[in-house]
Design a protein around this ligand. Structure first.
Ligand code: PCA
Length: 197
């Protein structure tokens, strides 16, 4: 029987009209290798994003959860190694929240390591000719919030959890920032999912 992967992308935030994470996630095939995909867009809102994922995961019981987010300015597709127990926003989220220096989960552990095979994923994305690198910080905005909350929730369970940040799309890169065409971001995510097999 196919295994189940819940994979999410975010809605646009920070003045952008598009978010490459959701644009690429929604283009993924329904089946990759041994995994059946459930794709979902989640809001760029502290707390709510993770709740949306957990509500769906409760019904779906996925084997793996991968959340994908935009990291404008990065020059590679970056599987995240770690989620930290910190909310420290420089800009408001999509509901105007701007938490500064507060924990994601009071009394939670300081950090959790991602439980998806981040090194193998990075290798397999590079192997299809798309730049990939490990990242040791998912920041302290909504992406890290989701990663930390899910790693906390699914620690000591069989559900694997991870996060992949993707660069801007060409139409977003206004100041000569690095960007990747949508098809390459999609192909990178495909390669990452194949690494689960
Ligand atoms: N990137 C943001 C939140 C939503 C997204 O796509 C982040 O890196 O926290």
């Amino acid at each position: 029987m196919a295994k189940k992967l819940l994979i999410t992308g975010f809605d646009p935030f920070g003045g952008e009209s598009i978010n490459p994470s959701w644009e690429a996630v929604k283009m993924l095939p329904d089946v990759i290798g041994g995994y059946e995909l459930t794709k979902m867009q989640i809001p760029t809102v502290f707390g709510k994003a993770a709740e949306t994922v957990m509500n769906t995961a409760e019904k779906l019981c996925p084997n793996v959860i991968i959340c994908v987010g935009q990291a404008g300015g990065r020059s590679a597709v970056t599987p995240e190694v770690i989620g930290i127990n910190l909310r420290d926003a420089r800009i408001p989220d999509n509901e105007g929240n701007k938490p500064v220096n507060v924990p994601v989960i009071p009394d939670g552990d300081a950090a959790y390591f991602s439980t998806i095979p981040v090194r193998k994923m990075t290798d397999e994305i590079n192997a299809v000719g798309i730049p990939a690198a490990l990242s040791y910080s998912a920041g302290a905005f909504v992406c890290n919030d989701v990663l930390y909350t899910l790693l906390h929730k699914y620690s000591k369970t069989d559900t694997l959890v991870g996060f992949i940040h993707v660069p801007f799309l060409p139409e977003q890169a206004k100041n000569n920032e690095f960007s990747l065409p949508l098809m390459q971001i999609r192909d990178a995510l495909c390669a990452a999912v194949k690494a689960l097999d």
